[in-house]
Design a protein around this ligand. Structure first.
Ligand code: LHQ
Length: 258
């Protein structure tokens, strides 16, 4: 059984973490395969949105803990540098929107991979657990970067230190995720959201993401300069021409992602 399912349909790349009996916990094979699929999404110009979800009950329980103690496993020194750090970098650098469709529990690195995505939606059955403190580790996979920026330092500190299970409703309330949906409609809502994202002006979304990535490191003057540079590039796209023409002609814009 392949640990990542991958399908491209109508400009959307659907990635499914697929070790359901292990709650989609990451082993080396799955981590490397996810990286390879993210690379394919970047290279393939037909892909205009990437959607990541989990097979079965969970989104992902993070690192496969059996692999950590396996003498033939990758070893602690490789797990971040070769597995999770490249995944987070690839998601942040991907020039297309990445939707995380959180179908169930997201724990440890599974939670923080979710939080690195551009739009995070969840089923009401989903939950988020910074499980690291329970096993004597620190939050990784970008968690210490994204969570305080999403929910503020106080909430992030408590959530990470206590390792509480945060429900989807609470995650939405505190700004950890965008929205949650009833379990019965979640799959169709997630697909609708992916379709919407895939039909937006893809290059403008990529420039938006680039500006947001930089906003974490720059001061206001630098950020205004970044916006200026990227806006010139957005204004040079066909989708900008189409957007303005559609507005003037009082019709719905048909963006092509170029
Ligand atoms: C699992 C796992 C799992 C293996 C559920 N591994 N099998 C970075 C640096 C280096 C090393 C370590 O890791 C990291 C990054 C990290 O991600 S650290 C955090 C690792 N993750 C965790 O500590 C979470 C561990 N899992 C849990 O706490 C629970 O399973 C949760 C709360 C996710 C779900 O609880 P339940 O709904 O009660 O399900 P369960 O515990 O019964 O799990 C279902 C099955 O999945 C079970 O298998 P079994 O054969 O007994 O039915 C679990 O063993 C398996 N599973 N998580 N991480």
């Amino acid at each position: 059984m392949t640990s990542i399912l991958f399908e491209i349909k109508n400009s959307i790349a659907f990635i499914t973490l697929n070790r359901p009996e292990k709650y989609n916990a990451f082993n080396r094979e799955m981590a490397l395969d996810l990286q390879e699929k993210l690379d394919q999404c970047e290279k393939n110009i037909a892909v205009r949105c990437v959607s990541i979800t989990g097979a079965g009950k969970a989104f992902s329980a993070g690192q496969d803990l059996a692999e950590v103690i396996d003498p033939n496993g990758p070893g602690m020194e490789k797990i971040l540098s070769q597995h999770y750090n490249p995944i987070i970098k690839k998601i942040r650098d991907l020039s297309k929107p990445v939707l995380a469709a959180i179908n169930g529990v997201a724990a440890g690195a599974g939670a923080n991979i979710a939080l690195s995505c551009d739009v995070v939606i969840a089923s009401e059955n989903a939950s988020f657990i910074q499980a690291f403190s329970k096993i004597g580790l620190i939050p990784d996979s970008g968690g210490t970067f994204f969570l305080p920026r999403l929910v503020g330092l106080q909430k992030a500190s408590a959530i990470m230190m206590l390792g509480d299970k945060i429900s989807a409703a609470e995650a939405e309330r505190i700004g950890m995720i965008y929205k949650f949906f009833p379990a019965t409609t979640f799959v169709s809502e997630a697909e609708k959201m992916a379709v919407i994202l895939s039909q937006l002006p893809t290059r403008a979304l990529a420039f938006t993401k680039e500006a947001l990535n930089k906003s974490f490191q720059q001061n206001l003057v630098q950020q205004l300069q970044t916006e200026d540079t990227l806006q010139q590039r957005a204004a040079a796209t066909n989708d900008f021409k189409e957007g303005v023409a559609a507005f003037i002609e009082k019709r719905k814009a048909e963006f092509k992602g170029d």
